[in-house]
Write a protein that binds this ligand. Structure first.
Ligand SMILES: Nc1ncnc2c1ncn2[C@@H]1O[C@H](COP(=O)(O)OP(=O)(O)OP(=O)(O)O)[C@@H](O)[C@H]1O
Length: 259
């Protein structure tokens, strides 16, 4: 179990405020989406939540303790992170890539124990990549690679999982698979936070959405409450069609306002 809180957080990058005055609390067992236009500050916010960038104002707390004071190994026990646009450079077998997820939990010079190997097996099964375990990771398709990278984050078996644009470059089938997996993780008690661009999938899968614009949190609530025509116009500058198919919400941007 982990409680993650962000209090009047500000982050300045290259002299510009990338995140400003953001406050939010996160509890285990839900799927939280972070949405907003390009440059809204989504990645910067999650990086600050992981202690990877230093706040210029406010703070981030993990189980009540300022994250700035925690060691990286302590943070890794609680938080797993799948960064945006991760690429694999080394021709490692899938199983070894997934096992890298256990590294933050090992003491220096120690080797993977039986419990670590079991966690790797569980993560591969959840991400449906067990059949790929012997394949060279750099030779996989984009969708297979995305699932392997997610399996690496799952192998950490941390209390919270933070994924930044996990659906980028995936076909619709793989997008649904990944969202199903994230929801299953949340249902199993993990706090899952995902930066997303697809508004229909965000509305369909997330319990809660945080909408950022210009570094500020402009809405925080259920998808129904957050995703209104007015907000989409104000933040994304789009008109959108709202509908549903058998209870599955659909939000289709139809026109750029003023474009
Ligand atoms: N290293 C950096 N130096 C200076 N400015 C930065 C740096 N990284 C990000 N920024 C700026 O901070 C703002 C927020 O960037 P961020 O990557 O958090 O946005 P985002 O919402 O994740 O965008 P996208 O949807 O395009 O990935 C942007 O204006 C960006 O140009």
């Amino acid at each position: 179990m982990v409680a993650l809180s962000v209090e009047t957080l500000g982050v300045t990058l290259g002299g510009r405020r990338a995140v400003e005055g953001v406050s939010a609390n996160f509890a285990p067992g839900g799927l939280v989406g972070i949405i907003g236009p390009n440059g809204a500050g989504k990645s910067t916010l999650v990086r600050a939540m992981l202690g990877l960038v230093e706040p210029s104002a406010g703070d981030v707390r993990l189980d009540g303790a300022p994250i700035a004071g925690l060691r990286r190994a302590e943070i890794a026990r609680l938080l797993a992170y799948l960064p945006q646009g991760q690429v694999l450079h080394w021709p490692l077998a899938v199983e070894r890539v997934v096992a890298l997820g256990r590294l933050p939990l090992l003491t220096p010079m120690s080797r993977l124990a039986a419990a670590d190997l079991e966690a790797v097996d569980r993560a591969m099964a959840r991400a449906d990549v067990t059949h790929l375990r012997g394949r060279v990771a750099t030779e996989l398709s984009g969708g297979e690679r995305a699932r392997v990278l997610l399996a690496r984050a799952l192998a950490q078996e941390s209390s919270a999982l933070i994924v930044d644009e996990p659906l980028a470059a995936l076909d619709p089938g793989h997008q649904i698979e990944i969202m199903d997996l994230l929801r299953a993780q949340a249902a199993a008690g993990q706090l899952v936070i995902a930066v997303l661009h697809d508004l229909s999938l965000a509305a369909r899968y997330c319990d809660r959405l945080l909408l950022l614009d210009g570094g500020r949190l402009v809405a925080d609530g259920t998808p129904d409450a957050v995703l209104t025509p007015e907000r989409l116009a104000q933040t994304f500058g789009v008109r959108a069609w709202f509908g549903s198919d058998g209870g599955v919400p659909l939000i289709v941007p139809t026109a750029r306002i003023g474009g």
